[in-house]
Unconditional design. Sequence first.
Length: 120
Amino acid sequence: MNDYQMGVIESRFADIIWENEPISSTVLAHRSEELLKWKKSTTYTVLKRLCDKGIFQNNGGVVTSLISKEEFYSMKSKQFVKETFDGSLPAFLAAFTSKNDLTAEEVAHLREIIKKYEEE
């Protein structure tokens, strides 16, 4: 994927696809009209843009993802840390936690993630 950027509205549209795939482009246009108040032409314009970014594909009127929602947000998170914190996850966590109190459950979850990483 060349461009990890998606605006808020594009993200809502992408969620419709991820939650319903495979989805026909016709059904997608109807869902977009219902949920986003979009015209059919807007749906197809945004779909083409996201297909050009390599996130989705539209083959024979059936829309599917080329990368999962989890993969997309993982890549976007890595890109953010790289661009903003020179690739340093500890620097990101230090900045994030300096103004945000973590709950005991969140701390425990982070420890579980680190432990799992160390075991791999």
